[in-house]
Design a protein around this ligand. Structure first.
Ligand code: G6P
Length: 363
C-alpha cells in the first residue's frame, strides 16, 4: 500500500496533488480553445437539441458536483435542478421525453443513484451518467456516458473526482446550452482558456498554499462553518462535508446569505468561518462574513490576492485569478488541504474514515 502512495503519507494527499493531471486528462480532446467552441465529441451533434430541462441526481460529494453543474447550467439559460438521488423517488419533478436526467457518480455503483437513474428511464427521460468508471453499472445502463478520466481514487473522501466531475459538468452544461440554443454561449470565449488553464492554476496553488498553517492555527475549535454564494455554495457544502468526513469535527456549510437566518446563533470566537469568494456578489458574502466576525468568529477568506476580503479577514487562502465559473473549484482545493492537515494533526485514519465506504451499494 505504501508503494501506491509514492512520496505521500496518504492517498488523499496524493490524490489532491493529482488534480492537475486528472483535469488535463478530463479535458484532453474535449475543448477547442482556438475556435472558442466545445468539442465534447463524446456526443453526436445536436444530441441535446430537444432538451427542455435537466435534472441531476447524485449522492455525497457527487451531489455537490451536481449542484455545481446545475447552477452553471441555469446560468447558461437552461432550466435545471440537482436532486439527492436518495430523495428522488419521493421528490422527482415531472419527467417527459424532453427531460435529461444526469446521474453523477464517481463509482457508477451507488445504489441510490442507480435507483434514481432507473426511475428516470422508466418514466421516459433521456439519461446521461458522468462517471469515473468505464464498464460500471451506471455507464452500462444510462443512454450515454461521459467519463471523467480521473484515474482510480483510493481515499474514501473524494477529492480529485469532485474537481473532474465539476469541470466535466461545466463543459456538458455549455454543450447542452449550445445544442439547445443552436449556438455556443457568449461567455465561452473567456471560459475555455480559463478551463484549459485549470491544471496550471491548481499546480500554482499547490506550490504556495498556506492550508497547513491555517489548519495548525484553527484546529481544536468547537465547530467550523463554510459559507459561499452562487457557485461558492456547493463548494461551502463540500468543504464542510470533507472536513467532517476526515476530521470527525463538527462542520456545516451554508449559503452566505442564510447565515443570518439561524446559523448565526451558533457563531462564537470558537467557530472559524471559511468564506468563499468566487466573484459572484462578493460584497454580499463579505458582509455576511463580517456579521460572523462581529460575533468574534475568526474569518478565513478564500479568494484571489488583492481581493478586498483579504483586508477584512483574520486570515486568507489564496486562489489564482480565473473565471467566476471556475473560482469555486480552486477554493475547494484549498479547503481539501485544510481538511487534510487538520485531520492529520488530529491523527485520524484519513484514507479510511470510520463508518464510511468508498461506494455504498445498498439503499
Ligand atoms: C459514498 C462515499 C462518498 C461519495 C458517495 C457517492 O458515500 O463515501 O465519498 O461521494 O458515496 O459516491 P459515487 O460513487 O456515487 O460518486
Amino acid at each position: 500500500e505504501q508503494a501506491g502512495k509514492g512520496e505521500y503519507d496518504h492517498f488523499m494527499l496524493k490524490e489532491i496533488h493529482e488534480q492537475p493531471t486528472a483535469l488535463s486528462q478530463a479535458l484532453e480532446g474535449r475543448i477547442d480553445t482556438q475556435n472558442a467552441r466545445i468539442a465534447l465529441a463524446d456526443f453526436e451533434p445536436g444530441t441535446f437539441a430537444d432538451v427542455d430541462s435537466v435534472q441531476f441526481v447524485a449522492c455525497g460529494t457527487s451531489y455537490h458536483a451536481a449542484l455545481y453543474g446545475s447552477l452553471a447550467l441555469k446560468q447558461a439559460g437552461i432550466e435545471s435542478t440537482a436532486l439527492l438521488a436518495n430523495e428522488y423517488s419521493v421528490s422527482a419533478p415531472p419527467v417527459d421525453d424532453d427531460t435529461l436526467v444526469v446521474a453523477v457518480t464517481q463509482s457508477g455503483e451507488t445504489a441510490d443513484t442507480l435507483n434514481a437513474l432507473r426511475q428516470a428511464e422508466a418514466e421516459g427521460a433521456m439519461t446521461v451518467t458522468v462517471t469515473n468508471v468505464v464498464g460500471s453499472t451506471a455507464a452500462r445502463e444510462a443512454d450515454e456516458a461521459l467519463f471523467i478520466r480521473a484515474g482510480p481514487e483510493i481515499g474514501v473522501a473524494a477529492t480529485k473526482t469532485f474537481s473532474s466531475q465539476a469541470v466535466m459538468l461545466t463543459l456538458l452544461g455549455q454543450r447542452i446550452a449550445a445544442d439547445r440554443h443552436g449556438e455556443p454561449s457568449a461567455d465561452l470565449e473567456t471560459l475555455l482558456p480559463d478551463l484549459a488553464a485549470m491544471p496550471d492554476a491548481i499546480d500554482d496553488l499547490l506550490a504556495e498554499t498556506d492550508a497547513e498553517a491555517i489548519a495548525e492555527r484553527y484546529h481544536g475549535s468547537r465547530s467550523y462553518f463554510f459559507i459561499g454564494r452562487g457557485l461558492g455554495f456547493p463548494v461551502a457544502l463540500e468543504g464542510a462535508l470533507k472536513f467532517k468526513e476526515i476530521t470527525y469535527e463538527h462542520a456545516e456549510g451554508f449559503a452566505s446569505g442564510e447565515l443570518k437566518h439561524g446559523p448565526l446563533a451558533l457563531v462564537t470566537p470558537d467557530t472559524p468561518v471559511f468564506a468563499i469568494f468566487t466573484g459572484q456578489e462578493d460584497e454580499k458574502t463579505l458582509k455576511n462574513a463580517e456579521e460572523a466576525q462581529t460575533r468574534g468568529a475568526p474569518v478565513i477568506a478564500v479568494c484571489p490576492e488583492g481581493h478586498r476580503a483579504v483586508d477584512v479577514a483574520d486570515a486568507h487562502l489564496e486562489i489564482p485569478e480565473t473565471d467566476a465559473d471556475l473560482a469555486g473549484l480552486l477554493a475547494n482545493v484549498q479547503l481539501q488541504l485544510v481538511s487534510y492537515y487538520a485531520a492529520d494533526l488530529l491523527d485520524r485514519p484519513i484514507d479510511k474514515p470510520r463508518n464510511l465506504a468508498k461506494s455504498v451499494t445498498v439503499e
